[in-house]
Ligand binder design. Sequence first.
Ligand code: F0G
Length: 445
Amino acid sequence: MRASKERRDRITDRRDSMTSAFLQCIEKGCEGRYPLDSKEHQCPGCGGLLDVQYDFSRLDRHSVFKLWQQRKMNSAIIDQSGVWRFRELLPFVPAGAEVVSLSEGRTPLVEVNRTGDWAGVRLSIKHQGNNPTGSFKDLGMTACITQAAILGSRVTACASTGNTSASMAAYAARAGMKAVVFVPFGKISTAKLAQALEFGAVVIEMGENFDQAFRMLRELTDELGLYLVNSLNPFRLEGQKTIVFEILEQRDWRVPDYLVLPGGNLGNVSAVGKGLLELRQLGLIDKLPRLVVVQAEGASPFYTMIAAGADEIIPVQPRTEASAIRIGNPVNWKKALRALRSTEGLCEAVTDEQIFEAKAALAKDGVGCEPASAASVAGIHKLVRSGKVADGADVVAVLTGHQLKDPEISIKRRSERELAQQRLHVEADIHKLRAALESVMLQSA
Ligand code: F0G
């Protein structure tokens, strides 16, 4: 049993001795390099954000595309995983090391014609809700918990609006690590809280919002030797960048005009931007889609900065019902700016009303998601109206989390009229039931 387990979870491919991996500061003029086992998540020299970088060896386009396809036929978890299937592009795991995977990724890319008509574009959605814990965080978590295991960490920690905590708790459990979570008191959905608790995490409810929880946790992580898995951790972004590899593979490597994501702490758009630039650097694609990041209006400091042409972000008190992106001081804004600049990208902000309209439009295509995810579709709708995105453009929107992540809001947001038509309380009496059904059938006639 043990021997077969080892074959299934370990990177056994011979690592090309020419590929070296290291951490590098993103600040121009610093660009300090550090070894992968450095415990820092920010540059020890200047405090800048760090990337995991590689001296990639050249890849042959056709053979690597074929290899990635062929792996889907294998039963080994590292070949099934939508992250590790692309391991040539995240070669930070030494040969022989085990990866901590729940077979994440492999999520559907679905055309949504009604929503596309509503938004005014040709639209597909990449549904990250179909991941083991129901959000895109699982892609990042398999990578960074694998790194935590390589470093011998015992306790992982994060601040969270809910999804990161659920995902970290699951992957930490799988790796046999303890998980500690800081969440704003009373401000995350019960479903996400339930996930973290069930996976055995210790959940510390504290403070007003994500930003406060994150700031306080960061003061304690180094001192207590906790392994921080927030998207400040560059290994998280290595896993998340594979979203775009899957999208392009599912489109036979045809690059869309726009790729749209919601933005909170701005880790995901940064990850996708890095992935795209690497694909181009390696000659695997020859043009880039324009990245679009959409924030909720009440939590949109990045949008405000870009709209004002400013070069520093000004934190805000975040307010939105899309609780997953209720963040006022996004840590990855410099990486996100780099991603938008290098793809001629756009940033938009949408109201909660617009988010829920987009969610309702998706529901008509039979697609559910959590409110934060619908921000991406609301953003495209708004950009088409203002003429910044052309009518009929080819667009892929990333839906970041599952509909059941926030079930209360789906009920709360239905109008009294809708509920009166849809949620009927009828006595268990055959005549009354018949009358109720007859009126339903009249509605659909
Ligand atoms: N969508 C969902 C469903 C999220 O949970 C998050 C972030 C985002 C979008 C934004 O992604 O931060 O990379 O820009 N959730 C984090 C959490 C903050 O703690 O679960 P981002």
